[in-house]
Design a protein around this ligand. Structure first.
Ligand SMILES: Cc1cc2nc3c(=O)[nH]c(=O)nc-3n(C[C@H](O)[C@H](O)[C@H](O)COP(=O)(O)O)c2cc1C
Length: 153
């Protein structure tokens, strides 16, 4: 069965503090994801989340269904999902990346927002693949830059 990836964006409410993100979302997610053979990253900017989940299709979709119900974020929108030749985040059960309003991901999300990141479109409307690729490449570059040489699974 080919590996599958899913990218989504969501709105991060103010009440979901950095401490909640790290202690209550990322750390438990790492444990669960390891057991499910899920890898990926979670970029958390001041007002948005962007997450990539990689793994077996059914497992990823089941997890995404749970994540969508989570009240620690809202307006969960699918950016892209589909098969991939290989995982990009194979070293990380869930790599947290703290973002800012001025980083490359925020810039990319803003550029893409009107048409590509379907913040107002139904969750089933994915973006075109090239935009998904640039988000993945940027995330991977942030992940490897920050933790060069230190696997963080
Ligand atoms: C932004 C965000 C990202 C999340 N990422 C994961 C994840 O990668 N893996 C995971 O097991 N849970 C993740 N969760 C937590 C799930 O939404 C959910 O709480 C968890 O799977 C337990 O689900 P359950 O209470 O239905 O058993 C995330 C939650 C949020 C808000």
């Amino acid at each position: 069965m080919p590996t599958f990836e899913l990218l989504y964006v969501s709105t991060r409410p103010r009440k979901t503090t950095d401490q909640i993100v790290v202690d209550d979302i990322v750390l438990p997610a790492m444990r669960v994801n390891r057991a499910l053979d899920i890898t990926g990253c979670l970029w958390f900017g001041p007002t948005r989340f962007l997450q990539i989940l990689e793994g077996e299709k059914d497992v990823v979709e089941e997890l995404y269904a749970r994540i969508q119900q989570d009240t620690r974020h809202r307006d969960v929108r699918l950016v892209h999902s589909g098969p991939i030749a290989a995982r990009s985040f194979q070293r990380w059960a869930m790599h947290p990346i703290k973002g800012s309003e001025t980083d490359e991901i925020s810039a990319l999300l803003s550029t893409l927002a009107p048409n590509a990141v379907p913040l107002t479109a139904p969750a089933s409307t994915p973006t075109r693949v090239p935009e998904n690729c640039s988000l993945r490449v940027k995330l991977l570059s942030l992940a490897t830059r920050k933790h060069a040489g230190t696997p963080h699974a």
